[in-house]
Design a protein. Structure first.
Length: 395
């Protein structure tokens, strides 16, 4: 698996993911230091998420029509410029909210152009697709642990502007690694042969809809995002920090990162004949995450529950990504991946937006406990769908 191409791809993704986990710390600390509110921080983050979710499908069409590697390199270089601009603004103390929002829009758009190519690129650089997904997911988990801590040190000893500069350098590293990749000759789809942009978009939708195992998972996953993942982050912070302190909240998040690393490593070793069936069983563990916080268990118990939940989530995630990459033909893989990413990501802000009103009506604890029940129902539903349960591992 560790060919020269895969080492370059792994380095590109790992370094970029480390930078991405540093960004929320820099953004929050930087804007707060200039007197902006938590709502302003949310506005900036929402701008990135909305652009990503709204444009990722278009990014999938572009990736299937043209040179996907060039598109990914271009997206990285755009973000080098945008994050360098952010670093300049913060280092020169010329921060205005509308400028930061514009940078967030640019970043979200660039991410939407980059993400669809991830699936097809990994297939081309890794002879062992599941192993490639597993070690990449492990690196992502390590980044989620190290990135915020590193960003906090840089903010404390330097300034948020330095973190933005480091973030820009991670995208530059990613772009250089992608430039150095050496693929065999794969002719791009010619514009004349590919048909119109609208036709390509429609073809991607038909291919997505024709795979019942795929759209079934996405429909169920959208419910999971709205009812479990979306509400968990704001409600968990609102319950843990006032009662146990910010340090305890950090420990719980670290436990989640550690669990996802273990789950990814398990997926490297345990390769079920029916990957989505095994992944669905692992998803039962995700109910422990909202349940432990909703029931206000001791911090140690919460950490243990969240660790197990992270393990189950990562095991599912690796099996799901591998199934998509090995079951879908390469010439439509970028569009299919874009549809499934859009269906998942778009529902997270919906769940976050509904968390506050729901907590006001029913109480945060009950909302989290309901999320745990939904997590169990999601796993049961996935196992009840024959197309999901019976999907066999691709040769």
């Amino acid at each position: 698996m560790w060919s020269g191409n895969f080492r370059l791809y792994f380095t590109a993704r790992s370094v970029a993911m480390l930078g991405d986990t540093m960004l929320p710390v820099a953004l929050s600390a930087g804007l707060l230091s200039y007197g902006y509110s938590v709502g302003d921080i949310g506005l900036v983050m929402a701008a990135t998420t909305a652009c990503f979710a709204g444009l990722v499908i278009l990014g999938g069409v572009f990736a299937d029509r043209f040179n996907v590697r060039a598109q990914m390199i271009g997206a990285d270089l755009v973000r080098v410029c945008s994050q360098s601009t952010a670093a300049f603004l913060f280092l020169t103390h010329r921060v205005r909210l509308w400028e930061v929002v514009v940078i967030a829009v640019v970043n979200g758009t660039a991410a939407a152009m980059f993400q669809p190519g991830v699936a097809s690129t990994l297939v081309r650089v890794a002879a062992d697709v599941q192993g490639g997904n597993a070690v990449t997911r492990t690196a992502e988990s390590v980044a989620s642990l190290a990135g915020p801590a590193f960003a906090g040190l840089l903010v404390g000893f330097a300034s948020p502007g330095v973190v933005f500069a480091v973030h820009a350098s991670t995208y530059l590293t990613s772009a250089v690694c992608l430039i150095l990749l050496r693929f065999g000759p794969v002719p791009p789809r010619l514009l004349a042969a590919a048909g119109s942009f609208r036709a390509d978009l429609a073809e991607g939708w038909r291919e997505f809809r024709s795979r019942s195992w795929m759209w079934s998972v996405i429909v169920v996953w959208m419910v999971f995002m709205v009812c479990v993942i979306g509400p968990y982050t704001p409600l968990a912070a609102g319950r843990i920090i006032p009662e146990h302190g910010a340090g305890a909240y950090g420990l719980v998040n670290s436990a989640l990162g550690g669990g996802t690393a273990v789950g990814a490593l398990l997926a490297l070793r345990i390769r079920a004949a029916h990957p989505l069936r095994a992944g669905s069983v692992a998803l039962f563990a995700t109910a422990l995450m909202p349940a432990s916080v909703g029931l206000d268990l001791p911090v140690a118990a919460m950490c243990g529950c969240v660790f197990v939940a992270g393990t189950g989530t990562a095991y599912w995630g690796v099996n799901w990504a591998t199934s998509v990459q090995t079951q879908v033909p390469n010439d439509i893989l970028n569009r299919i991946h874009a549809y499934e990413v859009a269906g998942s990501v778009a529902m997270v802000p919906v769940g976050q937006a509904l968390a506050g009103p729901a907590a006001s009506l029913f109480g945060a604890g009950r909302v989290l406990q309901a999320g745990a029940a939904v997590a169990v129902a999601v796993a049961v539903t996935l196992l009840a769908v024959p197309a999901v349960r019976n999907l066999r591992r691709a040769a």
